[in-house]
Design a protein around this ligand. Structure first.
Ligand SMILES: C[S@@+](CC[C@H](N)C(=O)[O-])C[C@H]1O[C@@H](n2cnc3c(N)ncnc32)[C@H](O)[C@@H]1O
Length: 295
């Protein structure tokens, strides 16, 4: 008889009953969670498809949220839309062998950011990736950012084979030429390099060797940084984009550069020689970049 069983045996029976119930409950919870997650994934896919369709349909029509400084507009504009700019900007990806895997990964996050900013710009520029090589390709494949479907020109050739020599301006902080205006007929090249300042002057040196025009952004004329004036690829691109819209360099620098990097408008101490390039490496904004670029 059950009543004759020793206490511990009864407890065991009760416990196992409880455990069985708990187990069943947990199984049910897991099943429900699986279904819910599946439904959420489907919903997200559907939202993404709708967004894409809306963006395609919206090309050439009024933008919902103009300007780069506010939250990103939901509607995407293609480089072929009526509103697109004829300005050409290329990221020179010829340095893949000079970077560690980690730095290449950082560079590609910056590239994704550039793409994402251009997609959401009021007047997207004609954006190029030149010297698109195997390492970059396999890293982008790994990230699964859908770059094959990006609205961008992907070229395996060096920028000098893509654009006429007289159209090219290589942007480099080491140039003694200071950019005053942006010439819509030119192709501006940004060096795709994350080097923590270990390869000082490399892009400048290559531009000089190749007989290519070069220029630096007019940072020192408008703002005082508490770090070196070597910026990340995405910050350079975003400054160009802001300037093309506002025609105001100071405004562009203030909007794009993180506040802690800007000391003042051209006054005060020179500050310590840090490296602005580290800004993006600190992880700011980057979590969202991959998601944005895959849209
Ligand atoms: C992190 S920097 C690369 C630094 C590298 N040591 C070099 O030789 O240029 C990435 C790219 O951003 C652009 N860049 C950065 N700061 C700039 C500035 N102040 N003016 C113009 N271009 C700049 C350049 O095209 C540069 O190649």
């Amino acid at each position: 008889m059950e009543g004759d069983r020793p206490n511990s045996e009864n407890e065991q029976l009760v416990m196992s009953k409880k455990q069985r119930k708990r187990l069943e409950k947990h199984k049910l919870f897991l099943e429900r969670r699986k279904i819910k997650r599946q439904e959420k994934r489907e919903r997200k896919k559907e939202e993404k498809r709708n967004l894409q369709q809306e963006g395609d349909a919206e090309e050439g029509s009024q933008k919902v949220n103009p300007g780069l400084s506010g939250p990103f507009p939901k509607k995407f504009k293609s480089m072929n839309s009526e509103d697109a700019s004829s300005l050409r900007v290329a990221i020179d990806l010829s340095f893949e062998d000079l970077m560690s895997e980690r730095d290449l990964q950082k560079l590609l996050k910056q590239v994704q950011r550039v793409y994402s900013v251009n997609r959401r710009a009021q007047h997207p520029v004609q954006l190029y990736l030149t010297s698109f090589g195997d390492k970059v390709k396999s890293k982008l494949d790994e990230i699964k950012c859908n770059y094959q479907h990006w609205d961008i020109y992907i070229k395996t050739e060096l920028y000098s084979q893509v654009f006429a020599a007289e159209e090219i301006v290589y942007l480099t902080s080491d140039s003694s030429n200071v950019l005053k205006e942006i010439d819509q007929s030119k192709a501006y090249i940004i060096g795709g390099l994350v080097d923590h300042n270990h390869r000082k002057g490399l892009c400048y040196q290559l531009a000089v060797e190749r007989g290519i025009a070069h220029a630096q952004l007019p940072i020192t004329e408008f703002v005082q940084l508490n770090s070196r004036r070597v910026l990340t690829v995405n910050h350079v691109f975003e400054i160009l984009m802001h300037f093309t819209e506002s025609k105001d360099w100071k405004d562009a620098f203030y909007k794009v550069l993180p506040a802690r990097k800007v000391v003042s408008e051209k006054k005060g101490d020179k500050g310590k020689e840090g490296n602005t390039e580290d800004v993006i490496e600190a992880g700011e904004e980057l979590d969202e970049i991959q998601q944005e670029a895959s849209q």
